[in-house]
Design a protein around this ligand. Sequence first.
Ligand code: FES
Length: 390
Amino acid sequence: RRPARLPGRQDWSSWPHYQAAAAGFRGYWYPVGYSSRFTGKPRQITLLGQKIVLVRDGGEVYALKDRCPHRGVPLSEGNQQFPGTISCPYHGWTFDLKTGDLKAAITDGPASPICGKVKQPTYAVEERLGMVWVFVGDGEEAPPIDEQLPEELVRNEAIVGSRIQPREGNWRFACENGYDEGHAKYLHRTALWRLFKAMPVWNETRIVQRGRWIYRVQDKQYWTADFPGLGKWDNQAWFKLKPPKEVGNVGNTGTHRETNPVIAAQEFPGFASVSMPGVLRIVYPTFIHYEFYVPVDADNHLYVGVLASFQRGWKALPFYAKYLGFVRWLFHGQFSGQDKWMVEVTDAPPEKLYRPDDSLLKWRKLAEDTSEERVERLAAQGVTVPVPES
Ligand code: FES
């Protein structure tokens, strides 16, 4: 059940790893844009505060630190003078895309002695769900990306509709907003999406952990609340035509008649779940919505919203019609725009939490524990990760 009392004023010092992760958690894969955006023309991105240049060569995308070690010019301003390489626009230092080795310093001739003595840092890159993903770590080898993606997206074929949007505000506010129990009931009360999807006025929620995900399990819902001395408040403004029924656990899609078999097979314990490094999963009976909150730097993030349907062949067509016809505009547009607004104006810490914020605390604890485990795991491999002071 809910904790009887939460600590009042929060200064985030209980979560030193979380506090130190203003520009993101290292050791994870992040989606950085649609695959079609990355071509033979070098393109700069900022991820976890780092400037990275991405370029496609021979069908593969490569990523290097976007700062020439010679005089600090961005390599993304350069081009490809030779296959498999990128050349700095200033004096022609030319780096191998795969290894980062300095292969030539063009203006010093073919026998330049500096070649072989300089190495540009590189990043692991993968392509999944029609997007390019980059791994940012502390020098460790990148783990397989499929170990980090939501399991059901790895094991099953899915068709997706997605929206990627650069947004202002810290990525942690975006993640906490996504998983925040209270905002779904209040902030989104005016969202047009709620013409189609019910949300309770208030409910009783438990947070449970299964594997690397924590879930909000909503056992009981209340559609009308009586506030003594103030009046009644309900969520039915958009539901006049079809009054909502009181239902059980919203995430218990297994009991829903139309539940897609792939979704039913997962036996998700709750409607909303979250995992590292800031991935939200919202389960509906016929599709799943994901949000990846990608840290650009401490003040900006990339919103990556993905709607996945586990259909094949001609059955994919109604999904695309539904997505492009209204879901994209109502859900990835207006509904998500309300979240964007709140993330921009949030100013914490300090903060004073209330009962529904248990979801925030559990998410921070998950982030904290997982980070601690990573530090210990990498230490055993001889990789040192700075441990934040508490
Ligand atoms: Fe890049 Fe000189 S600054 S080659």
